[in-house]
Write a protein that binds this ligand. Structure first.
Ligand SMILES: C[S@@+](CC[C@H](N)C(=O)[O-])C[C@H]1O[C@@H](n2cnc3c(N)ncnc32)[C@H](O)[C@@H]1O
Length: 344
């Protein structure tokens, strides 16, 4: 066979049909339905609530890709029956190495992945690719759209089930390296499901904490706190760090927040913390620097966040612009920069 021409190679490299077909199969749970006995296109369409004719085309294409196989011998009903190949099995939800959650399009991960199609926007502007989509930023969409509320609840239960795992991305430093003895109250700004705040309150029983985050996640954090052993010391409130924050706490924790925002927005977030902290409060900045190994990883991160790897000097410059001075520097680690800050 003749070597493909460069234009053919390019078209093949850029082709979106195979990834889209595999992701459609994951979203529609086709592997699970097949495994449960719906082996024809009509049966699968009924289970998945899809159009039988297009489902049939999808199944035939997945067969061409080697993800499905069909009966070798014609069956008595003269209808094609499909089965998963070894390649298709990880699309099953209960496969030990299942990839369904990663590939489905109707999840938070799927929402994030789709934004890659707008990589040109990131290259042009430096903004995350989501900003090129209707509805704007990733966090607003997954936090304010009720469609994602169920997934957040699922994540909250998963976090409860793994409460004994160590904190990720060097966040243990927040709990152990900082001197919490002088603080009584902490506001965890953009505190997500409250994993760090709960760890903090458990380790330092004299502390009380308030988590601020957008709607879907803050509601789940509140439910987690209510069923936790720190229920009387932890609360979660719905709010935005671009709006005034609960005032007068001793420490405002900003963990893994600024990387998601460009310099202008990062300064606004820091200024809001400074306003809420007043002259006596402190801000504990605990930002992450993602490991950018190679161009592919860098592009992936840059499509999601404008500043994946700010170093300590860059963070200190932002803090100075926001009217903050550094009052303590945490131990240097590869992934975390810990800085305690106060109003100048
Ligand atoms: C990368 S996560 C960091 C979570 C947590 N602080 C940690 O260290 O694991 C960013 C968090 O910021 C929250 N967030 C995004 N935009 C926000 C906003 N405008 N106001 C408050 N929280 C926001 C997200 O919902 C998410 O929980």
């Amino acid at each position: 066979m003749a070597e493909p021409q460069p234009y053919e190679k390019l078209l093949s490299l850029a082709d979106l049909l195979a990834p889209s077909a595999i992701r459609a199969a994951a979203t529609l749970r086709l592997a699970d339905h097949l495994h449960a006995g719906a082996t024809t296109s009509a049966a699968l369409a009924e289970r998945a609530g899809t159009r039988p004719d297009v489902t049939d085309a999808l199944l035939r294409y997945l067969t061409e890709l080697g993800i499905l196989t069909t009966d070798e011998a014609p069956t008595t009903d003269a209808v094609t029956h499909y089965a998963l190949t070894a390649l298709g099995e990880p699309l099953l939800s209960d496969h030990p190495r299942s990839v369904r959650e990663v590939l489905r399009g109707d999840s938070m991960i799927g929402h994030g992945t789709r934004a890659l199609l707008h990589l040109d926007h990131t290259v042009r502007t430096g903004e995350p690719s989501h900003f090129a989509e209707p509805g704007g930023g990733y966090w607003e969409t997954v936090n304010n759209d009720p469609a994602y509320a169920g997934e957040w609840a699922q994540q909250a239960r998963a976090v409860d089930a793994h409460a004994d795992l160590p904190l990720a991305w060097g966040a243990e430093q927040i709990v152990t390296a900082y001197d919490w003895s002088r603080a009584r109250t902490v506001v965890d700004v953009g505190g997500h499901l409250g994993v760090i705040l709960l760890a903090l309150l458990r380790r330092h029983p004299h502390l009380r904490g308030t988590l601020v985050d957008l709607k879907n996640v803050a509601e789940q954090a509140a439910a987690r706190f209510a069923r936790s052993d720190a229920a009387d010391r932890a609360e979660a409130v719905v709010g935005s760090f671009f709006e005034p924050l609960p005032a007068g706490a001793d420490v405002y924790l900003l963990s893994a927040i600024l990387a998601d925002w460009d310099d202008k927005d990062a300064v606004r977030i820091l200024e809001n913390c400074r306003e809420a902290a007043g002259p006596h409060g402190r801000i504990l900045l605990a930002d992450v620097a993602m490991p950018l190994h190679g161009a592919a990883t860098e592009l992936q991160y840059r499509s999601m966040m404008p500043a994946p790897a700010r170093d300590a000097a860059e963070l200190e410059a932002l803090c100075a612009t926001a009217g903050l001075r550094v009052t303590w520097r945490g131990p240097a680690t590869g992934v975390r920069t810990l800085l305690e800050l106060a109003a100048r």
